[in-house]
Design a protein around this ligand. Structure first.
Ligand code: CO
Length: 493
């Protein structure tokens, strides 16, 4: 049976990916600085080998043959997802792929310099090159309506730009208006989170949160890295990292809960899917829906703080002078700020829309790279009402475009929208959800996510999955309701 041979091949490839992932994890957590160059070389070699095997003629033939066999539902999904991946990479000429990789690494170096020196012109020619090559990639991948569709599909399979625009329109209007409304509300005091908090104690608090979420420490671990991330080394080995800021309690606690949400998803994917094309999350955005669910919907709720308050004052007794409600409000402080990664739940999606609109116009030749700083600042003014003084805090803040990752940004926004839509359905299914959370009992919520989402791996496209889970396609209404409900409480409106 070709399907069995196909599975064997995928499992072999996954061993290389395991090795590369472990080396990469070490690179970002424990490796001595001087080892970086050689290590990058080894990782490149091993993942290059894995990539070569995954686009080999042998895999192509096995996929073809397996399609003709009698398969069960899981096997059909393996072939369907595997074939889509295979065809996608086959469509991009390897020379173009290489050229883009080389240009992207040069662009990243230029971006770093441009950001440090606050000079967009250093980055401009490199970005022009990357945009040019990315357009070629999109043309090879093919599309029907919009060139950007080809890129969006790399991160959110099946989603069309036109659908995305339909979601964004009402959401943007709502968020811009709601942000104005908050100006008349009662601003929470978030200075209580900006005192001195020793790292060891912050670590203890983060670990308590992870235990509460039922993150499996026998199948994972937590370390420190510059940028927090989650990585699946292999089955029963899903690791997260966090970072600490001694003067901000938010940073490590919520980075940890966020990554913990990603990790719960990975730990919940059936072991028999591991190493196969269906052994990942359904998409970047569905993955982000899981991290945001735990970070924001659970972790920034009043119910959570009604329970977790006791842990907080055990670790940091100075919070005895505050109520759980004050902490709930402080962690939901809203601010019109320049930096996406520091944005709150209300403003975050506005940061994303701006990026989406710019990259979609760039890819379709409606604007030029040289116009980006100007357009960026205009949109910041329109959507957030603030304009950065320096490009380093504006158009130069994110690395994504240097990498050629056009089509990636919407995933963050979609993750927020999906999480609210899932939450709405979860509340209907679990009548006692609020009570459970305020008692520190997260098991029913986790079990719901496991049954409906985690256990499916990437058998279904995100659009199909959302329909299966909630009974309807992506609908931004649930996010808007959630925001209004929550922030009316926070700002006493
Ligand atoms: Co994330």
């Amino acid at each position: 049976m070709s399907i069995n041979k196909l599975k064997e091949r995928y499992l072999l490839i996954s061993k290389y990916n395991t090795a590369a992932a472990l080396l990469q994890w070490d690179f970002e957590t424990h490796m001595p600085k001087k080892a970086a160059e050689k290590r990058a070389d080894v990782i490149g070699e091993i993942s290059g080998k894995a990539f070569e095997m995954s686009v080999s003629d042998e895999i192509g033939k096995l996929l073809e043959d397996a399609q003709k066999e009698e398969l069960n539902e899981v096997e059909r999904a393996i072939v369907k997802v595997g074939k889509k991946e295979y065809d996608k990479f086959k469509k991009i000429p390897s020379d173009l792929f290489k050229e883009l990789n080389i240009s992207a690494s040069k662009a990243q170096a230029a971006w770093e310099e441009a950001k440090t020196k606050n000079d967009f012109n250093i980055f401009k020619p490199h970005l022009e090159k990357v945009v040019d090559l990315t357009k070629k990639v999109a043309d090879h991948l093919g599309y029907e309506e919009n060139r950007y569709d080809a890129l969006l599909d790399l991160y959110e399979p099946g989603l069309k730009t036109s659908e995305l625009k339909k979601v964004i329109e009402p959401l943007r209007e709502f968020l811009v208006n709601y942000l104005n409304k908050l100006d008349n509300g009662k601003k929470p005091d978030n200075s209580i989170l900006k005192r001195y908090f020793p790292i060891e104690k912050q670590k203890e608090l983060s670990l308590r949160a992870l235990k509460l979420m039922k993150y499996d420490f026998d199948a994972g671990r937590m370390d420190i890295s510059m940028h927090p991330f989650t990585t699946t080394i292999g089955p029963n080995d899903v690791r997260i990292t966090t970072r600490y800021n001694e003067h901000d309690l938010n940073d490590s606690l919520y980075s940890t809960i966020h990554e913990g949400g990603h990790a719960l998803y990975e730990q919940g994917i059936p072991e028999e899917f591991s190493g196969l094309p269906i052994g990942d999350g359904a998409s970047m955005a569905i993955h982000e829906s899981q991290s945001r669910f735990w970070e924001n919907i659970i972790g920034r709720s009043l119910e959570f703080w009604n329970y977790f308050y006791n842990d907080l004052i055990e670790v940091f007794p100075e919070f005895k002078e505050n109520t759980p409600e004050e902490i709930f409000k402080a962690v939901n402080f809203v601010e019109r700020s320049f930096i996406r990664t520091e944005a709150d739940e209300v403003t975050y999606n506005l940061h994303i829309m701006l990026r989406f609109e710019i990259e979609e116009a760039l890819i379709n030749d409606r604007i030029k790279v040289e116009d980006l700083p100007k357009i960026w600042n205009e949109k910041m003014k329109d959507y957030l009402g603030v304009v950065p003084e320096k490009d380093s805090e504006g158009v130069l803040q994110d690395v994504h475009w240097a990498h050629g990752s056009f089509g990636y940004f919407p995933s963050y926004m979609l993750g927020n929208l999906y999480s609210a839509q899932f939450y709405n359905k979860m509340r209907k299914d679990l009548q006692d959800l609020d009570k459970q959370i305020s008692e520190g009992n997260f098991e029913p919520a986790l079990k719901w996510l496991r049954d409906k989402i985690h256990s499916k791996g990437s058998m279904y496209e995100p659009g199909e999955l959302v329909k299966m889970v909630t009974g309807e396609s992506l609908n931004p209404k649930y996010f808007m309701d959630y925001i209004e409900n929550k922030f009316n409480k926070v700002y006493e409106l």
